[in-house]
Each structure stands twice: as structure tokens, then as C-alpha cells.
Design a protein around this ligand. Structure first.
Ligand SMILES: [Zn+2]
Length: 248
């Protein structure tokens, strides 16, 4: 039996049995962890409001060698996302970011950078940053951290250096040089290409506060979506809901 005490962010919770909760949370050192919180659905639960989706917590848990789930012993609330979840768009954006992270984060492996991405993006939503921009930032960074986002410097086919305008071939998917570009490759607007670069060296707060046209933001998200779907073979469950609330 190993006892762990760490900072974490709750990704999902499910009701389990009559009074318990199954909780999936992300930790910096052990990636995704799944655990049971006994009695968490009771009226006088000792966990209080700590085990709610996207709450940042200090969690203590016991892990048994070879077991897939841990036993959550304690959880203290560090930061609740509840205030941001009162707004429909922000709430759906937060759920979508949680699903993105849940899909790509490893279990049982350090995930410090992914943890930081989730921490900063949900924090930005709480601070009132533009939800669509925060979502785009999270989508693109998740693909970068997963090693899935293709290079914007070298051709995906032949490896030679590429300049502007960028050409994207959705079938690879990747950016290609003039020589390798077939009729299927399309030209990426320079403004969009600039944002793809900027996102790599800008904090989420600064990026979300940048003046940016709806079209540019849409193009950035659309590229990320093409690359993500190609990798996963399907779309994320909350994608359509997010699209419908953002479009309103
Ligand atoms: Zn090439």
C-alpha cells in the first residue's frame, strides 16, 4: 500500500453504489488516476465540494500495487470552478477541455505539462477569458504536448524547410513544401500561421486577450480538429455541444 498526497484537478466523477463516487483526476506526477471516494455522496460527506468536476484539490489516496483504482482518503478544495460554471458557454468550454485532457493524458505516468495546461486554461476561464480562445489554446497545446501536432518548419513529406504561405495537406495530416504540395493541399492564411507560432510562446491569458478575428480563431480550431480527428479516428463527445453554444 502506497500513500500519496498531491495537488490534482478533478476531470470527471460518476456515482458509484449508493453513497460513493468514482473520481478521475489528473496529477502532475502520476498522470490520470481513478479512485473511489467512499461516502462522498452522503449528505455530511467529509469531502464537501472538493470532488466536483474541474475542482483543483489537495488529495490524499492509497494505492495498492496492481490495482487499477485507488482509495481516496482525503480531498481539500483549493479552487472551485463553480463560479465559471454558472455561465453556459464557459461551463461547456470547461467540460470540453476536461474531455480533451482526459482523452490524451497518460495514466500512471508523469504529466506535469498537461497538468499545467489544464490548471492554466481552467484558471483563465475562471478569470473571464474568452472561452473560444481558451478552448483553441487548450486544443492546440494538447496536440503539441502529445507530439501529434505536425511541424510548421519542415515538410511532412520530404523534411525540407518550409516558408510562408504554409500549405496543409489534411490527408497526411501535415504541412508540406511547394514541391510536395498536391492539389489537395490548401494554403493557410498568414495570420493563422502567425497564431500557430504565437500559441507556442504565449501564456493562455495573453493569447486569449489578443485581438483576433473570429475567422482566424475558427481556422486555428479547424486545423486542430482535423489533426485530432485523424489521430483519434473520431470526434470528442462534447465537440458538437460546444460548437452549438459558441455559435449562439
Ligand atoms: Zn516536401
Amino acid at each position: 500500500m502506497r500513500l500519496e498526497r498531491t495537488e490534482a484537478i478533478v476531470l470527471h466523477t460518476y456515482p458509484a453504489r449508493e453513497r460513493d463516487k468514482m473520481v478521475v483526476f489528473l496529477t502532475p506526477d502520476h498522470g490520470k488516476v481513478k479512485g473511489f471516494a467512499y461516502g462522498a455522496r452522503g449528505i455530511k460527506s467529509r469531502f464537501g465540494a472538493a470532488l466536483e468536476p474541474l475542482a483543483k484539490i489537495k488529495v490524499g489516496y492509497a494505492a495498492k500495487e496492481g490495482d487499477e483504482t485507488v482509495r481516496i482518503e482525503s480531498a481539500e478544495l483549493v479552487r472551485s470552478l463553480f463560479p465559471a460554471q454558472q455561465n453556459l458557454v464557459t461551463s461547456v468550454a470547461a467540460t470540453y477541455i476536461a474531455e480533451t485532457v482526459d482523452t490524451f493524458a497518460p495514466a500512471d505516468d508523469p504529466a506535469e505539462l498537461i497538468y499545467r495546461l489544464l490548471d492554466r486554461t481552467t484558471g483563465a476561464l475562471l478569470d473571464g477569458a474568452l472561452p473560444a480562445a481558451v478552448v483553441a489554446y487548450a486544443e492546440l497545446w494538447m496536440l503539441r504536448l502529445g507530439g501529434i501536432f505536425p511541424s510548421t518548419r519542415n515538410c511532412a513529406e520530404c523534411g525540407s524547410g518550409i516558408g510562408r504561405p504554409l500549405r496543409f495537406d489534411a490527408r497526411i495530416p501535415g504541412f508540406v513544401c511547394d514541391t510536395c504540395a498536391t492539389r489537395d493541399a490548401f494554403v493557410i492564411n498568414n495570420e493563422v500561421a502567425d497564431e500557430l507560432d504565437a500559441i507556442g510562446r504565449t501564456s493562455v491569458e495573453a493569447w486569449a486577450a489578443k485581438p483576433m478575428s473570429r475567422e482566424t480563431l475558427f481556422e486555428v480550431r479547424s486545423l486542430a480538429g482535423t489533426i485530432r480527428r485523424h489521430f483519434l479516428g473520431h470526434e470528442l463527445k462534447s465537440f458538437e455541444v460546444l460548437a452549438s453554444v459558441i455559435a449562439r
